[in-house]
Design a protein around this ligand. Structure first.
Ligand code: NAD
Length: 337
């Protein structure tokens, strides 16, 4: 499928550049034997969030220059969200926009990160402080890549699927709540829901001015938890683990501020607490968490803005919350069950 797409969409003399990380080079590249075109060169990243940096982006630009890549040559991102965010970002700036495709190999990548054209790197301890909207010309999703993905990474991706199930409304959410996460859980339906929700929001709002912000539910607190734990509690929370805790806090805020009913709030947060680990941070970290949230891109006028829910399937965005409620939400996240 990839081969025939490239044959159809490519042009004579087009060069192919491959971006992987050490794990996707080892586990995923062999699965593409015979489907990928001969590539000019491969750049292999160190796995993990630390590679989503301006330093790595600069190395990518140097690498592309050294190999005389043109903007209509093709960058192939084979990996999880780190590879697609960094590769997409590098492609967006290289010669004012190089063509690229994503072949996501993690659950987060397949259900979320590879689709929608948001690219970025971290800066100054904050998530995605530099970035762009630059869409891949194609995304190839194949569940077979997930066979080698470690279970903690699968669970991390499950958090983004849960977010979309809750955004999709009661019918979807009720299906999820009946089952506890297990390695064997069939994710096909949830994946489809997640992609449908994401694509419908992205189509309505390509550049994140309105409804697309709903997809950030759990991410204002979640990104702060991710950044905090990377620096203070290494190795830090995985992205989805941080988002799961962020959703616990933001469901609480949704109850206090946008009217999510108590029973849904407790059902949703109870499900998250049962499936994800307790946070490594404490209430003493609240000040730092708030400082990190002040770096969030959605903020405006010096105020932190959240994407919350009025009900399942009924999002609200650009919501400002009083500091006392934010502190209560952090307390709610760290409290015992
Ligand atoms: N752009 C977006 O819309 C968007 C959306 C959600 C998340 N993100 C970003 O995505 C990142 C998280 O994504 P992620 O969880 O995919 O992270 P990741 O890319 O770091 O992958 C997680 C780990 O799994 C390994 N791995 C990948 N595929 C594998 C496979 N098939 N078998 C074995 N190991 C494999 C990787 O090497 C890495 O160690 C975060 O930086 C987050 O901010 C972006």
């Amino acid at each position: 499928m990839i081969g025939s797409f490239l044959k159809k969409s490519g042009h004579p003399g087009q060069k192919f550049f491959l971006l992987t990380d050490r794990n996707t080079h080892e586990h995923c590249l062999p699965l593409l034997a015979g489907s990928l075109p001969v590539f000019e060169s491969e750049f292999i990243l160190e796995p993990g969030e630390a590679s989503k940096s301006l330093e790595e982006a600069e190395k990518l630009w140097q690498w592309l220059l050294e190999h005389e890549a043109h903007r209509d040559d093709l960058l192939i991102n084979l990996g999880g969200g780190v590879v697609s965010d960094l590769g997409g970002f590098a492609a967006s700036a290289y010669k004012r926009g190089m063509v690229y495709i994503n072949i996501p190999t993690t659950l987060i990548g397949q259900a979320d990160a590879a689709v929608g054209g948001k690219t970025g790197v971290n800066l100054g301890g904050g998530k995605n402080q530099l970035g762009s909207f630059h869409h891949p010309v194609a995304v190839f999703i194949d569940p077979k890549f997930l066979e080698t993905l470690p279970e903690d990474q699968m669970l991390s991706g499950y958090a983004e699927l849960l977010k979309c199930a809750f955004l999709a409304g009661d019918r979807h959410w009720e299906k999820v709540i009946k089952a506890r996460w297990e390695k064997e859980t069939d994710l096909t339906g949830l994946m489809r829901t997640a992609l449908e929700v994401k694509i419908s929001y992205v189509k309505k709002d390509l550049t994140d001015q309105g409804i697309r912000k709903a997809l950030n539910f759990g991410h204002t607190l979640g990104h702060a938890f991710e950044s905090l734990t990377m620096s203070k509690y290494p190795p830090g929370l995985l992205h989805g683990e941080a988002v799961a805790l962020g959703m616990i806090g933001e469901a609480f805020l949704s109850w206090r501020v946008t009217g999510l009913c108590w029973s849904k709030m407790t059902e949703f947060t109870g499900y998250l607490r049962n499936n994800f680990s307790r946070p490594p941070f404490t209430i003493e970290d609240s000040e730092e968490i708030i400082r990190l949230m002040m770096m969030d891109k959605k903020n405006s006028g010096g105020a932190i803005r959240f994407s919350l829910l009025k009900d399942s399937g009924d999002p609200a965005w650009d919501v400002e919350c009083e500091q006392q409620f934010i502190l209560k939400a952090i307390e709610f996240v760290v409290k015992e069950k």
